[in-house]
Design a protein around this ligand. Structure first.
Ligand SMILES: O=P(O)(O)OC[C@H]1O[C@](O)(CO)[C@@H](O)[C@@H]1O
Length: 540
């Protein structure tokens, strides 16, 4: 049996043992377990004491990390080796936030001079837009539309909303969906004469983005004629395509094929964020991520935050067999964080073959979520009393930014209460005692009590930091990036390709003529042909 098989076997044994032990019992046996199962980096902590693990399981998880070579995979990542083997590329988004003086070599060449020059250039442009040094014909830009999708959209949207207290630049708007309603609704409220449009696309070929860019250009041209071009900027790795599209090179900002789309927020893809919050705050955001990079690279596995978060995920997914994870920020400004992590995690580790092309076991879980406390009043019912166990990550800040302290205390109390209720629940005996104290009749108690029982034993991990500053946001995003990397290493999948999105793109292109009313593609299946016929009927 290989070391890896032995490590998995040991975990199975630990899982079988712990499955039968309620979280209440784990806390009764070791009331101080939050000390043992909390890891910190400065003001950031991860408390995983409400997960169904104990020291035996924890040490088995660390054994798995060692057996699967997480530490050597981590070195390969930072070395600039082409670990994205299906595309023959290095994975080096960390270079985009590397500190002053760092040298990062890819293919034997230091990429940092170019990275720094591009960062300086796009931050200078952001400052020019903010100050009005680069202005619209009628005065400073009041509004900016970022057109992009996936990694060219979710990161900028998420970060712009998260950093609302730092937002002192022009208003930001985001158009991603090819649904014409999206761009129509955004442009309806804006003045083209005072709006800058950024077309953000790593490939500059994405159907949705190019269709929206064409529509935006037509909207600008209708108001500005030949002046429309001055209202457009682009971010891409495909500089030939941006030139062919006619966007002036002075407003085109590049990045590199060793930056995956869902890891590109740190590159010029972050331009809209920089326009919103300014260069200084953007640099603080990068510094926060760099601090997490240094921690991830240097900290021993047992105290390494991304490694621990990844191991908790492996325990939930592979040992306990729970298939989804709720990501619930108790922070309204992180409202798009679950969607951001959803792409980061599910596009990276939603794989079913190993790096060698053989069948992989259970890999990336389904990630979803909404901010608390809203989540409590919608789907938390199922998490408390549903038939499935749904593990949850909570994220909260100890202090608010630009918001009322009293509200924040209510928010935190709710976050903590959910973790308590999920872990410890409320037994039937407790429910009956409460109902008796409320003066309910024996018949009513008999009928209602089972419905009021909370089984508990439902795991949560709580991530806490001081405040959601640009630095803290950078650190948080990098935490999840590296967690995804560690899980990919353990599952032995390539976390950096996304072939699974390709087939739909090809099929959609082939169907466009038929949807427009031309001939159906040859050999089209009966269901799709029937749906197209129905669409034409309904169009009339
Ligand atoms: O930035 P691009 O090249 O337009 O791609 C957008 C998104 O599309 C994807 O390639 C998936 O289709 C994502 O990985 C990417 O973030």
């Amino acid at each position: 049996m290989s070391d890896i098989d032995t490590a998995w076997k040991r975990l199975e044994t630990e899982g079988a043992r712990l499955r039968g032990i309620h979280l209440r019992e784990l806390f009764a046996a070791d009331p101080g377990r939050s000390g043992a199962f909390t890891a910190t980096l400065d003001d950031l902590s991860i408390d995983f004491s409400k997960e169904k693990i104990d020291q035996g399981a924890f040490s088995a998880l660390l054994g798995l990390a060692e057996a699967t070579g997480v530490a050597s995979c981590r070195e390969a990542l930072f070395s600039g080796a082409p670990i994205n083997l299906t595309e023959g590329r290095a994975v080096q988004h960390m270079a985009l936030r590397a500190p002053e003086g760092a040298v990062v070599e890819i293919d034997g060449a230091d990429v940092m001079p170019e990275v720094r020059a591009t960062l300086d250039r796009f931050l200078a442009f952001a400052e020019d837009v903010r100050s009005g040094a680069y202005a619209a014909a009628d005065g400073p830009f009041t509004d900016v539309i970022n057109i992009g999708i996936g990694g060219s959209d979710l990161g900028p949207v998420m970060a712009t909303r998260a950093l609302r207290p730092d937002h002192d630049g022009p208003r930001l708007h985001f158009v991603s969906n090819v649904d014409g309603g999206h761009i129509a609704d955004v442009t309806a409220t804006l003045d083209p004469k005072r709006t800058l449009v950024i077309v953000a696309s790593k490939t500059f070929t994405t159907l949705e983005t190019m269709a929206n860019a064409d529509t935006a250009r037509a909207w600008l041209s209708a108001a500005l004629g030949d002046g429309a071009g001055a209202h457009m900027a682009a971010v891409s790795t495909n500089l030939e395509a941006t030139a062919a599209y006619g966007i002036d090179a002075s407003r085109v900002f590049g990045f590199w094929d060793w930056v995956g789309g869902r890891y590109s927020l740190w590159s010029a893809i972050g331009l809209p964020v920089a326009i919103a919050v300014g260069a200084q705050a953007f640099r603080a955001f990068l510094a926060g991520a760099a601090a997490m990079d240094a921690h991830f690279r240097e900290a021993p596995l047992a105290h390494n935050l991304p490694v621990l978060l990844a191991l908790i995920g492996v325990w939930r997914r592979n040992v306990m067999g729970w298939r989804t994870v709720g990501l619930i920020p108790y922070d309204q400004r992180l409202e798009r964080f679950p969607a951001y992590v959803q792409q980061l995690d599910m596009e990276s580790n939603g794989k079913s073959v190993t790096r060698e092309g053989r069948p992989a076991g259970a890999t990336g879980p389904v990630i979803w979520g909404e901010p608390g406390t809203n989540a409590q009043h919608s789907f938390f019912q199922l998490i408390h009393q549903g038939a499935d166990t749904v593990p949850v990550d909570f994220i909260a800040a100890a202090t608010p930014r630009g918001a009322d302290q009293h509200h924040h205390e209510l928010l935190l109390a709710n976050c903590l209460a959910q973790g308590q209720a999920l872990a410890f629940g409320k037994s039937e005996a407790e429910v009956r005692a409460d109902m008796e104290a409320e003066g309910k009749s024996a018949a009513e108690i008999e009928m209602i009590a089972p419905h009021r029982v909370f089984p508990g034993d439902r795991p949560t991990t709580t991530i806490l930091h001081r405040a959601l500053t640009p630095y803290a946001l950078g650190r948080l995003v990098a935490l999840y990036e590296h967690k995804v990397f560690v899980q990919g290493a353990i599952w032995n999948v390539n976390s950096y390709d996304q072939w699974g999105v390709e087939l739909g793109k090809v099929l959609a292109k082939a169907l466009i003529p038929a949807v427009k009313g031309e001939a159906l593609p040859e050999g089209l299946d009966g269901s799709t042909a029937g749906l197209i016929a129905r669409i034409h009927d309904l169009k009339g």
